[in-house]
Ligand binder design. Structure first.
Ligand code: THU
Length: 139
């Protein structure tokens, strides 16, 4: 991916982060998932007083897209930080989100974990979830 495209996707992830509902952890996460047709779906984490009902930003973005008929993706950008603080670590997708993304993105999905528009790591879902279990296993 070109630098300009990466920056655009990171900016969208920060926009998603702006809507995070995280009164319990105060950790605000944003994600921007780019479909193969170029559309970008933004997501934020949505916490719950019952804790386990919390939804991560990545899955919010994914479920928005899939529920609108979009199933093919090429990249996702993720940002996360404690409310009002600058992040010192990149936010990698949790294990559940890696699995959920694998279903539609497969090992080739580009994953951008960003601290800012200039400071980020680019990797692939295949590297984050080696030997992932996916639709092919059930054929
Ligand atoms: N969180 C995400 O939204 N995505 C991740 O990949 C890591 C964790 C959220 C869940 C919870 O609302 C907060 O961050 C702290 O775990």
């Amino acid at each position: 991916m070109e630098k300009a495209e990466i920056r655009t996707l990171i900016r969208a992830a920060f926009e998603g982060q702006g809507f995070a509902y995280a009164p319990y952890s105060r950790f605000h996460v944003g994600a921007a998932l780019r479909a193969k047709d170029g559309r970008v779906f933004k997501g934020c984490n949505i916490e719950n007083a019952g804790y386990t009902a919390t939804n991560c930003a990545e899955r919010t973005a994914l479920f928005k897209a899939v529920s609108e008929g979009v199933r093919e993706f090429d990249a996702i950008a993720i940002v996360g930080s404690k409310a009002g603080e600058k992040n010192t670590l990149v936010t990698g997708p949790c294990g559940v989100c890696r699995q959920a993304l694998y279903e539609f993105g497969g090992p080739g999905l580009t994953v951008i974990m960003a601290k800012s528009e200039e400071d980020y790591i680019v990797t692939t879902l295949g590297k984050l979830l080696p030997y992932g279990f996916g639709p092919a296993n059930l054929e």
